[in-house]
Design a protein around this ligand. Structure first.
Ligand code: NAP
Ligand code: F7E
Length: 362
């Protein structure tokens, strides 16, 4: 039985990846952070006996307290577990927040990656343990060519992107220096019903559901013109695994090859809850009006703008399709929005206490 260690197992991708690997028959170990409040909601399908699917054997799932910034802790855990595969998904992953916490983002996203690689090396596991690093399309930032592929030069636009560039290069460097199977998946945005509530897609689908059910009046957004290549997280975790099963250690771009604006995403999400939006005005004056009632449902608030923006991202998944046999269009953009809205309509329907304001969402 293969053993996998996932850092960031409580996050969107970590939870889907844990389920995927358990279904493949792996023994899965995950690192969780100590928190004053419960942080394992996304793992409930695995942890709860009745929820676990017939395929998932949750006896093979083990959680360990840890933090990737604590080198001694990760070294001890890797030494004890002796994993065949490590998926380093732990990160301060919010781009806007990285402008407020650049130092912390550096510690987790850059130094944290080094801590994992160095542990594998010091423990003499370089021949045994394969390491996947969660790299990102944010490396391309101010894009130097369209679409972006494995050879496109990087130009990060945030402390997050800059920290992740260190993660990318140190992974490549350990591969070249120590002959390790250490690889980068350069993943474009991927979303799901488990997406954190402060990322734009989930912020929109939750707000659309709440507005449709009379539990929220308005949705405040930043840059509506921003363009992203949005895929479905469940499809993307399969690719992380495929990258580690490939015969050669190589880096891969993972994307759908389709690009949509934030405005388009909002349009479609509201359509799914029965609200047709008409957009009026420009720039910070732009508003989304409910055509049927004339009410303003979307407004622009400059507080959600970023000091430096990534205007557009579009990936070219040709290499992953050709060498890994991965299907980049398994879930269409339309299906992704539909899945997320449907899940949030259910969630909001079950909400007893509605928070007074959702302004805190960034
Ligand atoms: P996410 O939902 O924000 O999850 C991040 C995970 O990292 C959480 O489990 C979090 O734990 C954990 N974490 C944060 N700091 C940590 C630390 N110091 N030590 C240990 N664990 C820590 O992110 P995601 O969307 O699943 O993304 C997974 C990875 O892929 C991240 O590295 C992200 O940067 C990268 N990525 C994501 C996308 C995307 O579109 N989703 C695209 C490209 C790359 P808590 O639950 O305790 O906060
Ligand atoms: O923003 C714009 C915002 O925060 C997408 C992370 O998973 O993907 C993610 O980073 C776009 C940006 O994701 C709001 O300005 C408008 O242009 O959902 P996001 P992100 O910054 O693309 C990459 C690949 C990662 O690696 C990251 O870990 O939407 N936008 N209005 C807004 N964004 C937010 N959050 N909130 C708004 O109100």
């Amino acid at each position: 039985m293969k053993k996998a260690l996932i850092t960031g197992v409580t996050g969107q991708d970590g939870s889907y990846l844990a389920e995927f690997l358990l279904e493949k028959g792996y023994e899965v170990h995950g690192i969780i952070r100590r928190s004053s409040s419960y942080n394992q909601e996304r793992l409930e399908d695995i942890l709860t006996e009745e929820e676990a699917s017939v395929l998932v054997n949750n006896k093979n799932f083990h959680l360990h307290y840890g933090d990737v910034t604590d080198a001694l802790n990760v070294t001890r855990l890797i030494g004890e577990i002796q994993p065949d595969e490590i998926y380093n998904l732990a990160a301060q992953s919010h781009v806007r927040v990285s402008f407020d916490m650049p130092g912390y983002t550096l510690d987790v996203d850059a130094k944290g990656t080094l801590n994992i690689l160095e542990a594998v090396r010091i423990l003499g596991l370089t021949d045994k343990t394969r390491v996947y690093q969660a790299s990102t399309s944010e490396l391309f930032g101010k894009v130097q060519e369209v679409p972006q592929k494995e050879t496109t030069p990087f130009y990060p636009r945030s402390p997050y992107g800059v920290a992740k560039i260190y993660g990318f290069w140190i992974t490549k460097n350990y591969r070249e220096s120590y002959n390790m199977f250490a690889v980068n998946g350069i993943l474009f945005n991927h979303e799901s019903e488990r997406r954190g509530e402060t990322f734009v897609t989930r912020k929109i689908t939750l707000a659309a559901a709440r507005i449709a059910q009379g539990k929220q009046k308005k949705l405040l957004l930043g840059n509506l013109d921003s363009l992203r290549d949005w895929g479905y997280a469940k499809d993307y975790v399969e690719c992380m695994w495929l990258i580690l099963q490939h015969e050669k250690p190589e880096d891969f771009v993972i994307a759908t090859g389709e690009m949509h604006s934030v405005r388009e995403f909002a349009d479609l999400a509201f359509k799914h809850v029965g609200i047709e939006i008409e957009w009026i005005g420009h720039g910070i004056e732009e508003k989304g009006i409910n055509k049927a009632t004339g009410e303003i449902v979307v407004e622009v608030d400059p507080k959600f703008f970023r000091p430096a923006e990534v205007e557009q991202l579009l990936g070219d998944p040709t290499k992953a399709r050709t060498l890994l046999g991965w299907n980049p269009t398994r879930t269409s953009f339309e299906d992704l929005v539909r899945i997320m809205v449907a899940a949030d309509m259910m969630k909001v329907g079950n909400e007893d206490i509605v928070k007074k304001t959702f302004d805190y969402v960034i």
